[in-house]
Ligand binder design. Sequence first.
Ligand code: MIC
Length: 657
Amino acid sequence: MIMSKPMNVTQKLISSHLLEGTMEPGKEIGLKADQALLQDATGTLVMLELEAMKLDRAKTEVAVQYVDHNLLQTDYKNADDHEFLRTAAAKFGIWFSRPGNGVSHPVHMERFGMPGKTLLGSDSHTCAAGSLGMLAIGTGGLDVGLAIAGEPYYVKMPKVLGVKLTGNMPDWVSAKDVILEMLRRYDVKGGRGYIIEYYGDGVKDLTAMDRHVIANMGAELGATTTVFPADDETRRFMRSQEREDDFSELLPDEGATYDDYEEINLSGLEPLIATPSSPGNVVPVREVAGKEVHQAVIGSSANPGLRDFWIISEIVKGRMVSPHVSLDINPTSRQIIQNLADIKAFGKLMQSGGRFHQSGCMGCIGMGQAPASGKISLRTVPRNFPGRSGTLDDQVYLCSPETAAVSALTGKITDPRDMEKLYDMQYPHLEYPEKQIINREMLIPPPENNQDVEVIKGPNIKSLPDLQPLIDECEVPAILKMEDNISTDEILRAGAEVLPLRSNLPEISKWAYYVIDQNFHSRSLEAHENYGGHVVVAGDNYAQGSSREHAALAPRYLGQRAVLAKSYARIGWQNLVNFGIIPLEFKNPDDYNTIDKDDIIRLENISSSLKKRDTIKAKNMTKNKEYEMTYSLSDRQIDVMLAGGIINRFKEKKQSP
Ligand code: MIC
């Protein structure tokens, strides 16, 4: 009898969904996507892409369009998008989660998540569903659109980092501190090229929603995704959601190994906080204690669980938050609101000054709740990239619900363990109700006769432009030189002013790189007129953060030919390729130091070099220097580049016999 090699959970998930390639780290593989998740801020483009692909009906087992990001209706734009999404979802056979139903990731976990399945989502935090033993990957909308159309999802086979959890979390420490500890150790790029799999006895100390917190913010580490086993706790969670039938156990085999190892002793953790303006700037809360706080924002996919709101209600109950602190509460979902009322947490939050907003992402992406300039805002959300809150000089800190609640009471950043001496309070533990109130009312299933649906497009919905095939040479200015870790929030900002333009490329492109250079738009138009386009230069980990394709499509629309960077973040890199911008890498990273803003860069023989897999020469005409540029594209991606982007490539493939 042949004994098969023991597998970890990640290997089981990948091998059971592998359509193309071999599981060799660094090599491109094609995966079957069982489920798809779309949110509104990226979903409008996906729907336009599905239209361009002439899709009849979604081919995934389940596809769901959520409306959770662009909820404020300050004019017709977001409302137009909601109507477009509602009708387009029906047209393409996709479920629709109505505005105000809740944040996509936790709602998806509760209503559709299934151990052993794959999920592809047009949001970087899709990885949160790894909490249930799924392989859940966030990516650009085009990749999700193609998966909905039945194509494989292509990604570089990652290595697996096994993180062994031991011990038990001390009082006043919770799941957010576990992922902040990972960020303290690995920063925002240490997870690139990895799937992070948690194992060990400490996993049992984490509820399914705690695992969601940790898996969700795996995105901040730059990891391809995060995976937890599906165990008894997963079963308990699914039972509480009245979906026990969808549970199946998924554990690592006895003797399973990992490519790399890490260990966290939960008992040794203390409350942590990420300081402005990167999720990787993590320090113990006590190191920044005493700074005056003006806002505490609670909610988002990073702390979405009933417990996360309940613990705050217990901390503030019978007390009033500091007079200069706004305690903004963004309930995860309507279901959470009902359950908070049921366990009597809602009233306590109200009584203590909590400002209730509708269920959705809200302040997490700057859809309202922008903080006062220069004032400290503590948030339980996953990201604090510069300007993301809507205030350009924001001071956003990321922390656990415990730290946020205690600090809201004292009016200054406070280590939550001080609650014992300040207010003589012992750490409370939630007894989970056996059954939760379930609310499925705002989820609309796709109609059977989807072909008859009329798609409604208001004036805010503009069709996608045609992209030209790749040009062979160009001589263009480098109109921007950027540092390491530039996030997509800096390339194409979030916030209530810009988000409603997601379905209107000509308008949103006016905001490209605005956080870095407020004149970028006019300078790119000038470069287009005088040189036929531009390039930009960046350091390591360019385009980290969100999955928004606009961070590639808008620059492309403004004439971006290539990015010259030291290295890239996965999703941002995939999006550049999908929209026909070449992600070039300095073979010698020191060359980066010799380029200045506005230098003229000449790229020659682009297509012929790509076809031959040769390096591409970039000549700095201003400095009279030559740089050797590499690119780590697969053969498939080279075809995509040559065609001028993935939509053109898809159409070519459809036309060829
Ligand atoms: C984010 O958290 O950055 C977002 C906003 O959810 C993005 C998606 C988007 O830009 O629409 C993400 O995580 O991918």
